[in-house]
Structures are given as structure tokens and as C-alpha cells.
Design a protein. Sequence first.
Length: 341
Amino acid sequence: MSTEITTDVVVIGAGPCGLFAAFELGLLDLKCHFIDILDRAGGQCAELYPEKPIYDIPGFPVVTGQQLTDNLMAQIAPFSPEFHFNRMVNSIVKQDDGSFDLTTDADEVFHAKVVVIAAGGGSFQPKRPPVDGIEAYENKSVFYSVRKMDDFRGQDVVIVGGGDSALDWTLNLQPIVNSLTLVHRRAVFKAAPASVNKMQELVAEGKINFLTGQIGKLDGADGQLTHVHLTTDAGDLAVPATRLLPFFGLTMKLGPVADWGLELNDNTIVVDTEKFQTSVPGIFAIGDINAYPGKLKLILSGFHEAALMAQAAKAIVAPGERVVFQYTTSSTKLQKKLGVA
């Protein structure tokens, strides 16, 4: 059975521009749900350069990608947006009443009056390991993200990678699996030091295995793994495995967006400059994913686009309702919404 969710607005992409959209929508009493293919908020800022300094955010002489994400999450907290991570939107279908049904690859259906695409340069797609025949195992016993931890309960799990995702899932899955082997090409990690230390403690306690090496080939039948063969400094090893999680990084692709019937221009979505609405009324695009004359691919430009989009979204969700423009600095009503009155 599909899970059905009804909301005012669905925001596709939880990067900085999408997150700020939740603030502008919240000020107008619009409820929004986020769908993002990553396992956390922040988009490129948090995933690709969390420690990289950004110098052109107004009011911040310097801020890292993760700090900006954390600040935006704190800013939208009063509006309680809901997040659905590790999801990809497969289709958007406009209904007779002008609303939209969005389906995801997690067997969910979202019903919304407005859709906001804030997907940056497109969706992040996991990089496939260069292993012959891996396609036959994908989504059966080889996965690029964890959607339901119970799918790994009691399994023999091999995780490959040395970043935060690999270490986080090593720590989270260890208590429920039958066995867990972490594989990385070297004993140096890009993950948070605390996670690395905890992983090393589990290795010392004999609760998980760590091997330096690379995937050689896979054994199994009908999509079900039995062993992962590794090439290591000590020679070739066959590790029992019923689940494989390769974390080889991400690449940007336009993905299913190209099939949603929107007017495109060189892999970006064409919008107007009044509302940042696409060629389909009720669907908006903000941030790097959109295109219009004079477009600058800057986060601050996306913030501006989010503010104007929200005004137009309000008119769709609540047609006929008079909206009085207010400033957060002087409006007691807005300050109450933000919890600062």
C-alpha cells in the first residue's frame, strides 16, 4: 500500500534555497513537506563542501556550508516543516482541480496544491562501483542508501566507503545486523573524527570488521548476494554478504525532472521573473535549477526567488484571501509565528 500525504506545498530539494522557501511559506501559513534524495538537509552545501567557507551570504562575512544549513534549519523550526530523505520524485501529475500528485521511489504519494523545485543543479545520483554485473543486484541486495533499517536486520552487511555516510551507517546498523564489514581503500577517513573513533572501538571489541581494499566481484544468484570478493594488500578475500552498501560519492544529474513536462533550457527549468513559475502553473523553480534572463547562480539570488514564489503560492493555496504585506521587524503577528514576540 502506498503512503499518502496531503500538504499545501511540496518542496523538492532541501538545499539552502529550498530551506529558506519554508521560512517564506511559513510566514504565510503554508505547510510544506520536503523531498530530498540525500539523507540530510543542506544540499550541495552540506554534502559537497560542509567546511568550505562562503563569503557572499548577506550578514555573514564568512560562513561554512554546514553552518549555513544549521542556521536555516533553526530559522524554519517554528514552522515545523516535514522532511522525507533518501527519496526521489519519480513523477508529477496535475489533477483536474489544479493540484498535483507526486510519487516517489519509496512508494509514497504526495497531494499538494503547489510544487517548488529547488533541486540545485539536479538530483544527486549515487556513483555506481565499477563492478561487473552489479546492476542485477541493485535494489535487491545492493543499495546506495538506507531507507528502512529493518531491511538490514539480521543480514551480513558489507559497507564500502570512508565518508560520513559510510561511517554513520556502520555505527547505526551494527546493533541489528548479523555481521558487518567496513571496507575502505585506506585506513584514513573523511568522516567526523568522533565517528571514526567509535568505529575503531567496535573493531577492537570484535563487533565489526574493517578491511583495507576494494571490491573485486560479487557472488550470488537472482539478485541476492552471497559473497563480496575484495582485493586487499593481503590478497583476495571472499566476505560473506547478503547486503552491500557502496558509498562511492554522488554525481549531479537532471534526473526525472526532464520527464515532468516542463519547459527546459540547457538542463535548467525556464521560469518567469515575477513569480518564478514554470511553464506549468502551480509548479515553481528556484535556485540553480531555474533559468531566466540575467540569472545569477548565487544562493542569495535563490533567497530572493523564494520570497516572490511564496507570495504566488499563497494565492494558489488560498485564492481570494487578502494578504497584507508585513515586516518581521514590526509585525507582532509574524513575531508570534516565529516565537519571538
